[in-house]
Ligand binder design. Structure first.
Ligand SMILES: [Zn+2]
Ligand SMILES: [Zn+2]
Length: 163
């Protein structure tokens, strides 16, 4: 049971026991660089729902200039693929890279609450979807209060979204 995944070379394997609680597509510069992509798609879960089934992740801790908080990137020392971003801001929580799952489509993504965050640093050509909450930065202020999202009526390039 659960959802299996791993790094590119297969030395590092994991299993998520439960469905993720939410999916966050993060466009901050930290995530762009870790994901080697326009943004990172992270499935959030409690850290103790993730079990490493092969290998041992290397861990690199770095402060994200987006949130000002330290994030630990768990990655394969052999091939360099990141499997998790573990935010120190939210103890006990992990963001598993959707790209690391063997079959991310098995996660029933359309029915999991999602958001695009740090769109203020999104690449200009990134197409943002309609109907999904979008935030200039994080969806939660540092004092824990929630921030009103932008909801687009049609898919729009990031450069055309008024933040
Ligand atoms: Zn690997
Ligand atoms: Zn990020």
């Amino acid at each position: 049971m659960g959802h299996a995944g791993g790094c590119l070379c297969g030395a590092l394997r994991f299993r998520l026991d439960t469905a993720p609680t939410r999916v966050t597509h993060c466009h901050c510069r930290f995530c762009q660089r870790v994901a080697v992509a326009g943004f990172a798609s992270l499935a959030f879960s409690r850290l103790d729902n993730v079990h490493i089934t092969a290998g041992t992740p290397s861990i690199f801790g770095h402060v994200s200039t987006g949130s000002g908080a330290k994030i630990q990137v768990h990655f394969c020392e052999n091939c360099g693929s990141a499997i998790q971003n573990v935010p120190m801001r939210f103890p006990g929580i992990t963001g598993i890279h959707l790209s690391a799952f063997d079959d991310a489509n098995a996660l029933d993504l359309p029915n999991i609450e999602a958001a695009h965050v740090y769109v203020g640093s999104a690449r200009a050509d990134t197409i943002l979807p309609a109907g999904v909450p979008i935030f200039k930065e994080h969806g939660m202020a540092h004092d824990g209060s929630t921030i009103e999202p932008i909801i687009l009526s049609h898919a729009t390039p990031a450069r055309d979204v008024a933040l």
